[in-house]
Each structure stands twice: as C-alpha cells, then as structure tokens.
Design a protein around this ligand. Structure first.
Ligand code: HEC
Length: 154
C-alpha cells in the first residue's frame, strides 16, 4: 500500500519523473537567463562609468602635445590653471574670434563637450582637432586637465 518511489518506477513513473526533472532544469535555465542579463546590465554601466583616472589622462594628453604644453603657449594656449578659466581668456594668447566669443568657462562639463567635438562645439575654432570620441578617455583626460595647477607667475 505504500507509495514508495520504487513502486512508481515499476509502473512507468521513472521516465515521467525524468521528464519532470528535465522540465525543472529547463525552467531553472529559463530563470537563470534573465538573471544573467540583469547582472550584465548592472555590471556594464558600472564599468563604463569607472572613476576618472588623471594618471591615465596624462597619457592621453600626449595626443595634445603636438600643439599644447602645460606651462607654455605653443600653437595652442598653455593649460596650466585651466579650471575655471574663461574660454579664450588667457591674456596674451592669439585666440580665434570664435573662441573669444564662446562665452563659457572651463569645467568638467564644458571640457568634456568641447573635447568630444571641438569644431562642433566652437564652430570656427582654430583648434583643428577631431576630438576624443571615447567617453572614458575623455573623463580621464578632463580629470587630468582640471588637476593642473595655476600657471607659475611670469
Ligand atoms: C592641431 C593643434 C591642436 C591639437 C592637436 C590640440 N589643440 Fe587644443 N587648441 C589648439 C588651438 C590653436 C587652440 C586655440 C583655439 C582658438 O582660439 O579657437 C586650442 C585651444 C584649446 C583649449 C581652449 C583653451 C583656452 O584657453 O580657452 C583647450 C581646453 C584645448 N585646446 C584642449 C586640447 C586638448 C585637451 C587637446 C588634446 C586632446 C588638444 N587641445 C589638442 C590647437 C590644438
């Protein structure tokens, strides 16, 4: 009279039990999929928004050295003391009219926008540089630029 599993096997419950088991496993995989997707959604933006790294930004600044230096004007203006400076506002540097008229100061946001697309943000600028398209590279570079000390008195 007892319903021990062995009795179920004897009347063909074995395969059905196996089928139920397989269905359960499939169901678990079904649940696992969206879970894995959810974990990826959580992880990927967290990586994309990694904290800005000024040391890495300094390496990216190598791309600017053809025209800029931190302490000296070259083709482009020097970058010491850039944080909070009026765009086109370094005394003695021969800016374009477009940069002089830009009308904003340099901060994290304005630098990020300008460096993504210099000619798009300040049409007519003489900074003929295509910009830095990678968001994280730009964040790192901007962190470096904002870390530069005020220019030494001269
Ligand atoms: C091909 C030369 C060239 C390259 C490369 C270049 N720049 Fe410039 N940059 C200029 C010139 C010229 C100006 C002045 C633009 C004007 O007056 O319109 C300028 C202006 C700027 C300004 C405005 C500064 C101020 O005093 O208002 C910033 C910020 C700047 N550059 C950042 C960078 C960074 C960061 C890089 C590297 C990713 C870079 N530039 C690459 C030539 C260059």
């Amino acid at each position: 009279m007892s319903m021990r599993p062995i009795a179920a096997d004897a009347i063909g419950g074995g395969p059905r039990k196996g089928a139920v088991h397989r269905a359960g496993a499939a169901l678990r995989r079904l649940y696992a999929l969206p879970l894995a997707a959810a974990v990826m959604v959580l992880v990927i933006p967290a990586e994309a928004a990694a904290a800005p790294d000024p040391a890495r930004g300094q390496q990216i600044y190598d791309r600017c050295l053809a025209c800029h230096a931190v302490e000296n004007n070259r083709v482009g203006p020097r970058h010491c003391g850039l944080a909070g400076r009026q765009a086109g506002g370094l005394p003695g540097f021969d800016y374009s009219d477009a940069m002089r008229a830009a009308g904003f100061t340099w901060n994290r946001q304005t630098l990020d926008r300008f460096l993504a697309d210099p000619l798009g943000v300040v049409p007519g600028t003489t900074m003929t540089y295509d910009g830095i398209k990678d968001d994280q590279e730009r964040r790192d570079l901007v962190a470096y630029l904002l870390s530069l000390k005020p220019c030494a008195p001269r």
